[in-house]
Each structure stands twice: as C-alpha cells, then as structure tokens.
Design a binder for this molecule. Structure first.
Ligand SMILES: *[C@@H]1O[C@H](CO)[C@@H](O)[C@H](O)[C@H]1NC(C)=O
Ligand SMILES: *[C@@H]1O[C@H](CO)[C@@H](O)[C@H](O)[C@H]1NC(C)=O
Ligand SMILES: O=C(O)CCC(=O)C(=O)O
Length: 356
C-alpha cells in the first residue's frame, strides 16, 4: 500500500501542495474567510456555586441549535495548560522516526498519525496527530503514563505524567459540564454522571503546520465527533470553524476558555435534543497551529439510551435505537469513515438488522 509521509518541514515550504491534500472547491475554505460567531459562554464556577439558572436558557438554545459553547472559570490551572502546550511541541519537534515509534496502525485509534496509508488517497487533512486513551476508572489511573513509557520508552515518563494530569483534569471538567447540560435538559445535577462511570475517553494533540495554499486544503475535514463530549483548547492562531445556520463560522480563540462540542453519542443520550456539532479546522499560511482535544466517552459496553426521566419530560418518541458505545465506535471504524451524519447511518444500519 502506498504510504505518503507527512513531513511538516518539507510540506510547509511547498508552493504547490501535493494533490492528495487539495479539497474539492465546494468543501475548501473560502478565500474571503468566514464570519466569527458569538459562542455562548458558561461560567462553570458560577454554575457550580449555585447561580445555576443564569445563562442556562441561552446555553440550552445553543445545544439545541448547533451543539457547541465555551466554558470559562473551569478551574483548569493555566500553568497546566502551558505545560501541556510545551509537551505538545516537545513531542512534535522529535525526528519523524522517533514519533513513528508511536505510529498509529490501520484500524487503531491511538498513536501518532502523520503518514497516511493508501486508502486515504484524497482529501488528506493538513496535520499531524497524537492520540491516546485515558480513563477516570481506578484501573485507568496510570494509563496515559504507561502508554507513553510503553510505546516511546522510559525517557518519556515525564511527558506521560503531564498528559496524565491533563487528562485527569479534562475528565473532571467534562463531568462538571455534564451537570450543566443535565440542568439544561431539566434533569437534576449529577443525573448524567453515572452514564460515564468507568469512561473510555481519549485525548488527541493536533498540530497543523503552515501551508502555502491554505485555501485549498483543510486541517481537519468537516465532521461530527462520534464521542459524547469534546473539550477543545486551541492556541491563539485560530482555525476552528463550526457549521450553523447554513454557513461556516470561525470560533475566535480564547485562551481562558474550552470549547465544548456535543458529539453523536451525547446527542443520542439526549434523545436528539442536543445537536451533535459539525466542525472543521482551517490552516494558516505562516503559523503552526495546535489544538488539544479531549473526547469523553462512556465505558465500551454502556447502553446508550436516554434516561427515562428525560423521555418523560421530552414526550417525544425515541430518536435512535438502543446501542452500545462499542458498537457505534466499531461502526465508525469498520463501516463508515465519513464524519457526516454517521449517527443516522448507524441507526439505519441497526434498523436494517445490522447487516453489511
Ligand atoms: C483504546 O481504547 C479503545 C476503545 O476506546 C480500544 O479499542 C483500544 O484497544 C485502546 N487502546 C489502547 C492502546 O489501550
Ligand atoms: C494566520 O493567523 C494569523 C494570526 O492569527 C491571522 O491574522 C491570519 O489571518 C491567518 N491567516 C490565514 C491565511 O489563515
Ligand atoms: O483543531 C481543531 O480546532 C479541531 C480539531 C478536531 O475537530 C478534532 O480533533 O476532532
């Protein structure tokens, strides 16, 4: 199988980018740029301290319209974020051969991806990624450190420790966010936490090198996250865009905020009331951009079905059949690569007897 290696140092200087990275005109970003969107902001500390109702109406509307918002006063130490970005850089400046010791293989969802195997022969994303599992379950407490040491060696223990600490904080924050969303849905605080007990979450570090033809390509193609909730921190370059009201909109970086994207599984959990956010990332002609994404997911065998209390409040028929996170994850890996309307395709596949 042909392998195209993403060598950032070489590609960043190319005046003509390789055709595999050129996206069709109707998907490529507009040369004129897109308008910024005013993203609703949740004050997490304020919510947790009890002035819970403030701003919830706007937030609920945002979740039902496009599925994303920002959270500030989230309690994540800025020093930890700074350390995380330093670690991200320290990983990506490694020689390619060193990074490839963590090479992600076909069918796997963890490791370093900077070269792309044959079947991804077109519309390649302009980026490198490093992904790894994490979990707040007791047996997952050292998962991240063990992964770094296991795959890259003892010298990477400190790096693993930083990502362990970062992931632990992200799980804490994501679960706090479920409390806010539960309130939006008319459920009690804590109503959605049990669903995520023993979570099988994931962390991904994205690095987008500069591109001389930024309007021909995308750093991350348009997609819905199949996972439950995504906590995204972007550096100050900018590039995250969300689709709402029939158009793409830029999300201005805000160093004190995490962007929360609702994913397919959370949408199913809310009986379709909260929308899975369609988003993408564009690249920059002169600057390297980084984003840190944490994907909260339940245990693999958790049944994804809306809480009875929610169905009673909602009064609407079930939007999706029952499924487990494992089934959906496997579907996204084996049957259906595209990030578009994956949940609908999955629901149709279940309703047709899980064939094919
Ligand atoms: C990471 O988690 C996924 C499921 O969430 C699992 O399929 C995979 O084997 C795990 N990989 C590692 C290295 O733990
Ligand atoms: C690159 O980033 C800078 C700084 O954020 C911004 O001003 C500029 O518009 C971006 N250029 C492109 C092509 O995105
Ligand atoms: O880099 C970004 O802002 C978006 C990243 C993203 O959507 C992803 O990693 O799934």
């Amino acid at each position: 199988m042909a392998t195209l290696v993403f060598d950032a140092a070489v590609l960043s200087r190319k005046d003509d980018i390789p055709p595999q990275f050129v996206w069709p005109a109707d998907e490529a970003p507009s040369v004129d740029g897109v308008e910024e969107i005013a993203v609703p902001v949740v004050d997490l500390a304020g919510f947790l301290a009890g002035d819970g109702a403030a701003g919830l109406r706007d937030l609920a509307a945002a979740c039902e319209k496009h599925g994303f918002f920002q959270v500030v006063n989230h309690g994540v130490d800025p020093a930890l974020l700074a350390k995380a970005y330093r670690c991200c850089d320290a990983f990506y400046v490694l020689p390619l051969a060193e990074k490839q010791r963590a090479q992600r293989r076909l069918g796997e969802n963890h490791g370093y991806a900077g070269s792309f195997v044959g079947r991804f022969g077109s519309k390649l994303p302009w980026k490198e990624t490093m992904s790894f599992n994490c979990s707040a379950a007791p047996e997952g407490a050292r998962k991240v450190v063990d992964y770094f040491v296991g795959v890259l060696g003892e010298e990477y223990r400190d790096m693993g420790e930083v990502w362990q600490e970062y992931c632990d904080e992200m799980t804490r924050l994501a679960l706090d966010v479920t409390d806010v969303l539960a309130a939006c849905l008319g459920l009690g605080r804590g109503a959605l936490r049990g669903f995520f007990a023993g979570d099988a979450s994931q962390m991904r570090l994205n690095r987008y090198p500069p591109c001389q033809q930024p309007h021909l390509t995308l750093g991350t193609g348009p997609h819905h996250d199949p996972t439950s909730l995504t906590l995204l921190h972007q550096d100050d370059v900018g590039g995250l865009e969300v689709f709402t009201g029939g158009a793409w909109h830029a999300v201005r970086p805000r160093s004190d905020a995490f962007v929360v994207n609702i994913g397919d599984t959370f949408s199913a959990l809310t009986n379709g009331r909260h929308i899975s956010c369609l988003h993408r990332a564009v690249v920059n002609s002169s600057l390297t951009r980084r984003s840190l994404t944490f994907f909260l997911s339940p245990q693999l065998d958790r049944l994804v079905a809306p809480p009875a209390e929610l169905l009673a409040i909602d009064g609407r028929p079930r939007a999706y059949p029952d499924f487990t996170w494992r089934e959906f994850l496997e579907f996204t890996q084996k049957h259906y690569r595209s990030g578009w309307r994956t949940l609908d395709a999955f629901a149709a596949w279940i309703n047709q007897g899980r064939k094919g």
